[in-house]
Design a protein. Structure first.
Length: 123
């Protein structure tokens, strides 16, 4: 299966400055196994809400770091040499160039912060 069809990744930013973003309401509306919504821009970064279950493919970002912050659930970040386990209210940065994949054994919601030039599915 083509990875781009496996995930629902919406790159269109939904909120402008000075607008309230109701994260719990957005999470409730997510019905797909892997949904990623671009919420807003902050300087040169984009803040995305991801509601996921299952695993993403191995990839890296040659020029951009990627920050993950778990809201609810459990996020596993596989690196080549180890696996990072993130619980609610924990965050982790994957530096540019590092091969990784994310996995969620159960429905998990998180915020992802990355430069707005990033290709979310990897380089």
């Amino acid at each position: 299966m083509n990875n781009n069809n496996k995930y629902s990744i919406d790159l269109e930013v939904k909120y402008k400055p000075l607008e309230i973003i109701d994260i719990p309401q957005l999470i409730k509306k997510c019905t797909k196994k892997w949904q990623n919504i671009s919420l807003c821009n902050v300087n040169d970064s984009v803040i995305r809400l991801a509601v996921i279950e299952g695993e993403f493919h191995w990839h890296n970002h040659k020029k951009e770091d990627e920050f993950f912050f778990v809201i609810e659930g459990l996020l596993l970040i596989d690196l080549e040499e180890k696996t990072i386990e993130l619980k609610p209210r924990q965050g982790f940065t994957v530096p540019k160039g590092v091969m990784h994949r994310t996995r969620a054994p159960t429905r998990t919601s998180l915020l992802v912060i990355e430069k707005n030039t990033i290709n979310p599915t990897g380089d």
